[in-house]
Each structure stands twice: as structure tokens, then as C-alpha cells.
Design a protein around this ligand. Structure first.
Ligand code: HEC
Ligand code: HEC
Length: 331
């Protein structure tokens, strides 16, 4: 019988098989695959390219929505073009790069996860309601009508931003990072010196920030005082503030190159959130008090920890007690 292949071809075939096996063994299983889309598979979420916004009526709304996020004060601030209904901050002050920055409180998971049940409301919340939450609490302003052009534009922008995220998914890099707890209470005294060394240059020692030359918008937004976010805002919770500054402040920092230690982030959060700011009462918040987050600074609480400990920590004992309570309910 004739040989199927010459011995040279056999050597070639076995070499190829050998190389393929060795390559499989040495390739790490979890190595990210080099696929451009969808963004979730390739690791950290990134926003679609703004050049891809279509030149249509819908595209115009997306662009208007983006402008409202980036320059809210210009449209809705104390001297706004459309209304005078916010404190002069921009959404972008806290949702960096128009809500696209990884761990910069981005909007990647908004369209994919809303409407959703929220413990603060005790009911299912729509995107419109969530936007109004930030308008009323973070911008100390008035809610937008769901039928207004402005609300529709903000929604169009969030839908466009989240187009590469599957329904129900929360991509890596969404929102704000949860820092590891300190085993002590965060220290306002230590935080004051962090603030003086690393923040005051821009936000000023008074914490009041600095207006642009136009006198309308902020170059550096205020961190406390009459024009800052209210005590009902998310950043008034220590973990949200600490996570936000760790990956984003001083301005220019990012998750790859943070400029603060975790301790500095917690302590400066304590200092800033110990300063006076507008008070707003939202009496309907957390209708089920056992669902309050560990760092919600206002009672009543389902546990016996003080309001002081809920504001500044240490938080581990509170979390442990919370988990214990949840367990007792189950069994
Ligand atoms: C002072 C800071 C601040 C400002 C200004 C602000 N926000 Fe927020 N926003 C937050 C924080 C903090 C959260 C909650 C993040 C978390 O808990 O991870 C949030 C959450 C949100 C969410 C939900 C995100 C999600 O994935 O669940 C939306 C939507 C939102 N903001 C819209 C807006 C809009 C629109 C504006 C401007 C009108 C605005 N925000 C201004 C701080 C701010
Ligand atoms: C180099 C200037 C600079 C420094 C230093 C700096 N920031 Fe900021 N900060 C900014 C700017 C600019 C923004 C708004 C970002 C935007 O709109 O894109 C901002 C936004 C913020 C916000 C959200 C908006 C608000 O006003 O509440 C917080 C909180 C904040 N900074 C805290 C800090 C803390 C804490 C430090 C020190 C660890 C710090 N920043 C250092 C420039 C700075």
C-alpha cells in the first residue's frame, strides 16, 4: 500500500499539532479576547463615538441631551437660557466627561437597568424619576416635566450612550467604586489637611469653588455652602463621596492613576460632608427603614447604631448587623 503522506509531511503535521497544543496550554484562560464590540466583553465599558450620532432629528436630541449634561448651568442654572431651576452646577461635575468616564459615575447602566426597583423610593423608578432625583437633590433644583424637550433629550442621550449594553447588564466601570471600609471612623481633622493640600487649590479653602469669568458657570464647582449639593444627595453619603474622589480627584486622576489613598479619600469625604450645605427633607425616602444604606446619615434606623456612626463609620459593624438581620428574616 502506498503511504498516505511522505514522512516530511508527517513531521510538518505533527509539528503544527504540537505548537497548537503548547499555545493552548500557555494561553491564560481569562485573557480578554481582542474583539471591539460589544464593549462589555472586552472589559471596561467605553462610550460609543460621538461621531456616530446620526444627522437626524433623533441625533439632534442626543446632542442636546449631551449639552444639557455637560453645561446644565448654561440652560437651567440661576441665569439659565431655558429656566432658572438649578443651583448652577452641571450634571457633568459629578458624572464626568458627560457621563462616560469609567468609575467617574458614568451612565452606562442607566438604559439597561431602568425602570428598576429602588429601595430609597420603595417602588419601581423610571429614568425620568431618577434624573429628577439628581435635579432636586444634587442640583438643589426643580424636577423637569417628563414631556419637556429637555427631559426627552436627556433620555435620548442616555439611550444612545447605553446602546452597546445588553438589557439588565451593569458593565464594569459603571457608577462609583465601593472602597474597602476603614476599621475606624473617618476623621474630619485628617480630612481637613487632605483638603488643604490636595483640593483647596481649585475648590478654594472656603469650599465655595470658583465661577468662570462669565459669572454664570463654575470653573471649579462648590463642595459645600448654599450653591452645593443638598444633604439629600447621593454624594452626602460617605461611601459615594469617597469612591468618587478616589478615582477622579484631584481633577485629572482616574482609576488607573488614583492620587489619593483610600484613607485620604474617606477622611476628606468626612471633612467635606461635615460642612454646612442646603437641607432638603424627603420624608418618603426608604419607606422600609431596614433597607437604608449603612452610610445614610439620617435616622430613624432599624439598628441601634448612632446617626454619627452611620455618617462617619466605622461601617463594618453596621454592615455585619445588617447581614445578620437579613439572615434572621430568612430562617
Ligand atoms: C453633586 C453630584 C451630582 C450631580 C451634580 C448630579 N448627579 Fe446624578 N448621581 C450622583 C450620584 C452620587 C449618583 C449615585 C451613584 C451611585 O450610587 O453609585 C447619581 C446617579 C444618577 C443616575 C443613576 C445612575 C445609575 O446607573 O443608576 C442618573 C440617571 C443621574 N444621576 C442623572 C443625573 C443628571 C441628569 C444630572 C444633572 C441634571 C445629575 N445626575 C447630576 C451625583 C450627582
Ligand atoms: C485641579 C483642580 C481640582 C482639584 C485639585 C480638585 N478638584 Fe474636584 N473638581 C474639579 C473640577 C474641574 C470639577 C468638575 C469636573 C467637571 O465638571 O468636569 C470637580 C468636581 C468635584 C466634585 C463633584 C462636584 C461637586 O462640586 O460636588 C467633588 C465632590 C470634588 N471635585 C472633590 C474634590 C476633592 C475632595 C479634591 C481633593 C482631594 C478635589 N476635588 C480636588 C477640580 C479640582
Amino acid at each position: 500500500m502506498k503511504k498516505l503522506f511522505s514522512s516530511r509531511v508527517w513531521i510538518l503535521i505533527s509539528t503544527i499539532i504540537f505548537v497548537v497544543i503548547v499555545d493552548r496550554i500557555f494561553t491564560k484562560k481569562n485573557e480578554p479576547k481582542k474583539i471591539a464590540l460589544p464593549a462589555i466583553i472586552s472589559g471596561i465599558w467605553s462610550a460609543p463615538d460621538t461621531n456616530s450620532i446620526p444627522h437626524t432629528k433623533e441625533g439632534e436630541m442626543v446632542l442636546y441631551g449631551r449639552a444639557l449634561i455637560a453645561n446644565t448651568a448654561f440652560y437651567l442654572g440661576p441665569k439659565g437660557k431655558i429656566s432658572h431651576s438649578t443651583n448652577g452646577m452641571n450634571c457633568q461635575n459629578c458624572h464626568l466627561d458627560a457621563g462616560t468616564k469609567p468609575w467617574g459615575n458614568n451612565y452606562s447602566a442607566v438604559f439597561s437597568t431602568y425602570p428598576k426597583y429602588r429601595e430609597r423610593l420603595g417602588a419601581v423608578e423610571t429614568i425620568e424619576q431618577r434624573v429628577n432625583d439628581c435635579l432636586e437633590r444634587s442640583l438643589n433644583g426643580k424636577a423637569l416635566d417628563s414631556n419637556s424637550k429637555e427631559m426627552k433629550a436627556i433620555l435620548a442621550y442616555m439611550k444612545w450612550l447605553g446602546q452597546n449594553v445588553l438589557k439588565g447588564q451593569k458593565p464594569k466601570g459603571a457608577g462609583i467604586l465601593q472602597l474597602v471600609f476603614l476599621e475606624r471612623a473617618a476623621d474630619t481633622g485628617k480630612g481637613k489637611s487632605v483638603f488643604g493640600n490636595k483640593c483647596a487649590k481649585c475648590h478654594q479653602l472656603t469650599g465655595q469653588g470658583q465661577l468662570n469669568a462669565d459669572g454664570i458657570t463654575f470653573l471649579y464647582p462648590p463642595l459645600w455652602g448654599a450653591q452645593s449639593f443638598t444633604d439629600g444627595a447621593g454624594l452626602h453619603r460617605l461611601s459615594r463621596f469617597a469612591g468618587y474622589v478616589k478615582d477622579n480627584m484631584p481633577f485629572g486622576a482616574n482609576y488607573k492613576a488614583p492620587q489619593l489613598t483610600d484613607e485620604e479619600a474617606w477622611d476628606v469625604a468626612a471633612y467635606v460632608n461635615s460642612q454646612p450645605r442646603p437641607h432638603k427633607t424627603f420624608s418618603g425616602d426608604w419607606p422600609n427603614i431596614s433597607q437604608k444604606p449603612f452610610d445614610q446619615p439620617f435616622g430613624p434606623y432599624a439598628d441601634s447604631f448612632s446617626a454619627q456612626q452611620h455618617k462617619y463609620g466605622p461601617f463594618s459593624p453596621i454592615q455585619k448587623a445588617k447581614q445578620g438581620m437579613a439572615k434572621n428574616k430568612l430562617f
